[in-house]
Design a protein around this ligand. Structure first.
Ligand SMILES: N[C@@H](CCC[C@H](N)C(=O)O)C(=O)O
Length: 249
């Protein structure tokens, strides 16, 4: 019998459980994340023991592909780890992108993301300037005041052309940011993407369009608090435990 939980973090949803050892769970991810025949989620996270960190994770997108990092998933799994006694409220765990530090305070969870890397600032597609930034996974970012009209067909084309997630961001008059993301591995727009918000925020900071601490709003409308301190992007917001149960697999 396994403990299994579903979490939602800013609109991104995840199935989460912990296991004794690493395994290839790609097919299980597809089954559990299926919104008709399974639980339904954007991704599956499995926590496994690690000898020098609080735990290590396996992260799978809904289509069974693996990803080295997931910002919202990092906050959801930190809450899960604390909830089930796998880690103290301040923890460090290993992802494919490196060690992530997280802090849980009630339902508010902050993750310190891996240092952002600007891969390319010179991309022009469809008359718009795009930056490719790695915040643990690759993201294309453009700014567009008309964020209501996210061109999903263009996003899908660029996702395959650059093997990256695709974001459009808009700066609000009060210096906050709105972001919409097409995600690899879900192959559609999701309600939120943490590393996408972080990459959009980082570009906006680099271009001096926003302060180094600001609020970011994904498609779900939830409020996320982003900061840039000593080369690290901090990412904070609420996570919701949707349900937990035991499961015989
Ligand atoms: N939703 C995540 C990112 C998950 C990985 C991404 N789909 C990829 O394959 O690159 C987030 O919150 O960062």
């Amino acid at each position: 019998m396994l403990q299994i939980a579903k979490y939602c973090a800013s609109g991104n949803d995840f199935v989460i459980f912990h296991a004794f050892e690493k395994a290839d769970r790609s097919q299980l991810a597809r089954i559990l994340c299926d919104r008709q025949n399974g639980i339904g989620a954007d991704g599956l996270i499995v926590l496994v023991p690690h000898e020098s960190h609080d735990f290590e994770w396996e992260f799978y997108n809904a289509d069974g592909s693996t990803a080295s990092m997931c910002g919202n998933g990092s906050r959801a799994c930190a809450h899960y780890a604390h909830r089930f006694g796998l880690a103290p409220s301040s923890m460090a765990f290993l992802t494919g992108a490196g060690v992530i530090k997280a802090h849980v305070e009630g339902d508010m969870v902050q993750s310190d993301l891996t240092p952002p890397v600007i891969v390319n600032q010179e991309i022009v597609e469809s008359g718009m300037k795009w930056w490719l930034i790695d915040t643990g996974v690759p993201h294309l970012i453009t700014f567009d005041a008309d964020i209501e009209h996210f061109n999903i067909d263009l996003a899908r084309t660029l996702r395959h052309r650059y093997n990256a997630n695709v974001n459009i961001a808009s700066i609000n008059l009060d210096g906050t940011l709105r972001v919409r993301t097409y995600e690899r591995g879900v192959e559609d727009e999701t309600l939120a993407c943490g590393t996408g918000m972080a990459a959009s925020f980082y570009r906006a900071v680099q271009e001096r369009l926003v302060d180094e601490n600001t609020k970011v709003f994904p498609k779900s409308g939830e409020t996320l608090y982003l900061g840039f301190e000593e080369g690290v992007i901090t990412f904070k917001g609420e996570v919701k435990g949707v349900f937990e149960t035991t499961w015989r697999n």
